[in-house]
Design a protein around this ligand. Structure first.
Ligand code: GLN
Ligand code: ZN
Length: 764
């Protein structure tokens, strides 16, 4: 039998029960016993859902109170000094303090300790808590959760496979703190804890353990490759059979290494990297299980079962019982249950699959190998064929006008009329702003009143006229404040926007929305990405009226505010029947139309945000240039419909620019605003070295904190910036949008920011 298994299931719950329980617990409205009961119920429910779907081997250890990497840090005793409990083992309070920081001490733990750093899990939008290692790091089994969960599952009669993050991946994800040292030196100290875990699991009667080593799909230094062999030579002596899981890409140069590690099985991602399939068969030792990830765990589309079966049938002939079937990666990255969607039309719903449905697909594929003539199998395959055919022919998603327009797009459309050196003179002439012009990144505080107005409007409780007036009044307020503070380039404040992607997605043709399609982003935070269903276009202007209204209130320059094509794509569920770059270009043309409309209406400065530009970089360096080429081109396509004298800004947060600076320059935005205050302007070094020619607004204060820096502090940062970038090409702005801040601290900080700019101008 070809065993079907799941690498991991979303833990948040189909109604985000875990989110709600966590937040109630943090507010003191739910005690620890109550929270634990919710966790236990969710685990039981999720095992049952997967089992009912037909999964043979269920994952345990994929549940986490906040984050699975943090769970491992607790298990291994990787608890930084500032969180270490005075006595005994860490508790749930320790875990939440590490995740969220601790204002006051709870139960004697960690008063005032700042949280661990949060960062993206590979190329997903999930964020994990970065383990902190010290040079004298010790490891000790310190958290019983995994064993408790195994016992729980066994008590329910399930056949389970605990999931562990492998030692190399765990070390790779962490950060060396204090004296500099090589994290790899910790490996020998860490391995005995794994040994202990395998022993304990074996005592519980566990047969298989899944060890996630996704770093095998990255470019690894030789020392790390060598360490894999060392580590697994030791691990192989421990009990339990071991399946190494790799995902999010192909093994490529690590394929031989991964295939030959002394363990009992290997999982590979055939959705992201189908090409590794035939090669792996030749390299895999004859005793090993091969798990093929053929159902995409990263999106919301139904699997093309026939296509998946082609590969599986071939593999089954060669491997027989040694073939396992699985999703490509943990289902953590897709929503829970499509059955919950009560407002999607039948056609679209028929094209989608969430975690529960993906488990059904995996099980069906496993069954199709054993019993191809089974009536249920036949019916499912026929339905899958029908879906594929209907989608391929659907006029709902294939739009000849959109495709024709894209086909007619030429290189010149992705190029401004004149080079920056010529444009900038015309822009300065027209804008009449002083040197070191001051501006903000777009959003102003999203107050409770704003959210209420938006919500009431959506629910039909507020008329369009009343809603518009409520938003106008917010815009008036924002404009008044900015004029009073003396900012040079104003913004309307984005009160009407729930989210910088969803707001635009809702107005474009080709997008669809789910009601319950939540995916965990970090901790209790979830996102509900919009779904790109078909060819994308802009039926009508999206922001024009708001920006025009804002401009009508002031003689100062009003900046139009848009989200760029790359960010729109990265933060949506993308199509899989069309390449990503095509979707980016379609988005680019839609945004381009908006840019041109804004220009025609007299808007002189337009910002196209590309917050997700850098995070779109592929995991493998060899693939970078291909991505950067289409991503920069898409941005330029969106920005280049305007005359020289219209100034295009872009904004990027959370970015390192060193290794992509030539592409940033290739975007050719007249002004780029970036987040720099926390790095003390260090990020400007890349721009300096490259002799970046266009203008830059390095953020002079951190908007993530309510702290209001004084003007001397900001002026000092500006002086630092001016040592790297000529003053006449610098702008003055905060690090990012202000939507998460309150008005008092926003005004106070902006007063100081304007004062800092004036001070520097006076020194000229
Ligand atoms: N214009 C957006 C804002 O100010 C930019 C947000 C972002 O870059 N994340 O909110
Ligand atoms: Zn930002």
């Amino acid at each position: 039998m070809a065993l079907s298994h799941s690498l991991g299931f979303p833990r948040i719950g189909r109604d985000r029960e875990l989110k709600k329980a966590l937040e109630a617990h943090w507010k003191g409205e739910l005690d620890e016993a109550g929270l634990r009961a919710v966790g236990q119920r969710l685990r039981a429910e999720h095992w049952q859902l997967q089992k009912d779907a037909g999964i043979d081997l269920l994952p345990v250890g994929d549940f986490a109170w906040y984050d699975q990497v943090l769970g491992h840090s607790l298990a291994f005793g990787v608890i930084p000094e500032r969180f270490r409990p005075a006595a005994g083992k860490p508790t749930l309070d320790t875990l939440f303090a590490m995740a969220r920081g601790a204002v006051a001490s709870t139960n004697g733990c960690c008063g005032g300790a700042h949280a661990q750093e949060l960062t993206k899990w590979f190329d997903t939008n999930y964020h994990y808590l970065v383990p902190e290692f010290s040079a004298d790091q010790a490891f000790a089994l310190s958290w019983e959760q995994l064993f408790e969960e195994v016992a729980e599952a066994h008590a329910l009669g399930h056949s389970v496979k605990p999931v562990l993050i492998g030692p190399l991946t765990y070390l790779w994800l962490g950060k060396a703190k204090g004296d500099e040292f090589d994290k790899l030196e910790l490996l020998e100290r860490l391995l005995p804890v794994y040994g202990e875990i395998f022993q304990r699991l074996a005592e519980q009667g566990v047969e298989w353990v899944q060890i996630d080593e996704p770093i095998l799909v990255l470019d690894l230094p030789q020392a790390w490759k060598n360490a894999f062999e060392r580590a697994y030579n030791l691990i192989q002596r421990e009990p339990c059979r071991k399946l190494i899981a790799t995902y999010f890409g192909g093994l490529e140069d690590n394929l031989g290494l991964a295939a030959n590690l002394p363990v009992d099985g290997l999982h590979i991602d055939l959705v992201r990297a189908p090409d590794q399939y035939p090669t792996i068969l030749d390299r895999l030792p004859a005793y090993k299980v091969l798990s093929l990830g053929v159902v995409n765990g990263r999106n919301v589309w139904r699997c093309d079962l026939e296509k998946a079966l082609d590969v599986l049938r071939h593999a089954h002939e060669r491997l027989g019982e040694r073939l396992w079937v699985a999703p490509s990666c943990s289902l953590l990255h897709c929503p829970v249950d499509l059955a919950r969607e009560d407002q999607l039309d039948a056609e679209l719903k028929g094209w989608l699959a969430f975690a529960v449905q993906k488990c059904e697909e995996v099980a069906l594929l496993g069954k199709a190998l054993e019993a191809p003539q089974d009536a249920g199998v036949q019916a499912a395959l026929a339905a899958s064929r029908e879906v594929q055919a209907a989608r391929a022919a659907s006029t709902r998603i294939h739009k000849p006008e959109v495709q024709a327009r894209l086909a007619a797009t030429r290189a010149r459309h992705a190029q401004r009329q004149s080079p920056f050196a010529e444009r900038i003179g015309k822009q300065r002439e027209r804008l009449q702003v002083p040197v070191l012009p001051t501006t903000t990144i777009g959003s102003f505080p999203q107050t409770a009143a704003i959210r209420l107005a938006r919500q009431s409007f959506r629910q039909g409780k507020l008329s369009l006229a009343d809603y518009t007036e409520a938003m106008h009044s917010e815009i008036r307020h924002a404009v008044q404040v900015q004029e009073r503070l003396g900012l040079d380039v104003l913004v309307h404040g984005e009160a009407e926007r729930n989210d910088m992607v969803e707001y635009f997605a809702e107005q474009l043709d080709g997008y669809a929305f789910t009601r319950f399609g939540w995916v965990q982003s970090y901790g209790s935070r979830c996102v509900k990405p919009a779904v790109i269903v078909g060819d994308l276009s802009r039926p009508r202007a999206m922001t024009l009226e708001w920006i025009q209204y804002a401009q009508s209130l002031t003689d100062k320059v009003m900046k139009g505010m848009l989200t760029g094509p790359v960010t729109m794509l990265m933060w949506s569920f993308a199509r899989e029947d069309v390449p990503r770059e095509v979707q980016a270009r379609q988005l680019a043309l839609a945004i381009r139309d908006e840019v041109v409309d804004l220009e025609t209406a007299g808007i002189k400065v337009i910002q196209i945000d590309e917050a997700a530009f850098r995070e779109g970089l592929p995991l493998r360096q060899a693939a970078w240039q291909g991505y950067l080429d289409w991503a920069t081109e898409a941005f330029r396509l969106s920005a280049s419909g305007v005359r020289d004298e219209t100034q295009i800004h872009t904004h990027m947060c959370y970015s390192e620019f060193n290794d992509v600076i030539d592409s940033i320059a290739a975007m050719d935005a007249d002004v780029i605003t970036i987040e720099t205050s926390r790095s003390d302007m260090e990020l400007l070094a890349a721009f300096e070295r490259f002799a970046y020619p266009n203008e830059i607004g390095p953020g002079v204060y951190d908007i993530h904190s309510p702290r209001v820096p004084d003007s001397a502090e900001m002026a000092a940062l500006l002086r630092k910036a001016a040592r790297r970038i000529p003053l006449e090409r610098l702008w003055v702005n905060p690090d990012c949008g202000l939507k998460t801040r309150g008005w008092p601290e926003t005004e106070a900080a902006l007063v100081n920011m304007v004062a800092a700019a004036r001070q520097l101008r006076a020194e000229l």
